[in-house]
Design a protein. Structure first.
Length: 216
């Protein structure tokens, strides 16, 4: 692992990143509306000529038929495939609490979220990070590709090792994990897909000698 190399990469990305308003204007933590945005994406459109079912309160969703929620998500431009997960999350939701009282037991909340059907490990970490403000890094496919190709770590590394790498880099660089998540996913999605586009990438000068390692 290389915290130093990752830290240098993050500084470069912060200088050139095109991650838009989402990097600056994150929804309020501790709100169900924020959780909906994290899980199904933000609202992109409003249904024409009909009253939209509110998605900002968990109690409005708990008894909603799955098909109705799927249709509502479609009409608002969100990911309808997340409907089942949202219903499970609505039943779990402890209530909006800006005072953070229910967010203190991180391990308990992780276990509860992991037990909900349709919630994978990456999404669990994203909910913990954005909604509950738990310092953790969602290990997306983009993050793993970028990290492996640059030699920061490898696919053989354990989950805790990846978390230590990003967490320590956040402490050393002073860049919050929320922004690190946005930066790494931005470069991963724009440059580091199944076939990397290294030429002209901001991180090209930081590649290992001989070019990127291939993680897959």
């Amino acid at each position: 692992m290389s915290t130093e190399r990752l830290g240098e990469a993050l500084q470069r990305l912060r200088e050139v990143a095109e991650i838009g308003e989402q990097a600056q204007n994150v929804e309020l933590p501790g709100r169900f509306s924020t959780l909906v945005d994290v899980v199904a994406g933000p609202e992109k459109s409003k249904p024409d000529g009909e009253e939209a079912i509110p998605l900002d309160r968990a109690e409005e969703l708990v008894d909603l038929p799955l098909e109705v929620l799927q249709e509502t998500l479609k009409k608002t431009g969100r990911d309808s495939r997340r409907a089942s997960a949202l219903l499970g999350l609505a039943a779990w939701w402890p209530g909006d609490d800006p005072e953070e009282a229910w967010r203190d037991d991180h391990q308990r909340r992780r276990e509860e979220l992991t037990a909900i059907r349709g919630i994978g490990h990456e999404l669990v970490d994203r909910i913990l990070l954005v909604v509950l403000e738990v310092p953790t890094m969602p290990l997306s496919r983009s993050a793993l590709r970028v990290g492996c190709r640059h030699g920061w770590s490898g696919l053989e590394s354990e989950y805790d090792e990846w978390q230590h790498l990003f967490g320590h880099s956040s402490e050393v660089s002073g860049i919050p994990l929320r922004q690190i998540d946005l930066l790494v996913n931005w470069i991963g999605q724009s440059r580091c897909g199944p076939r990397p586009k290294c030429e002209g990438c901001p991180l090209e000068p930081l590649l290992p000698d001989g070019g990127p390692y291939e993680p897959e």
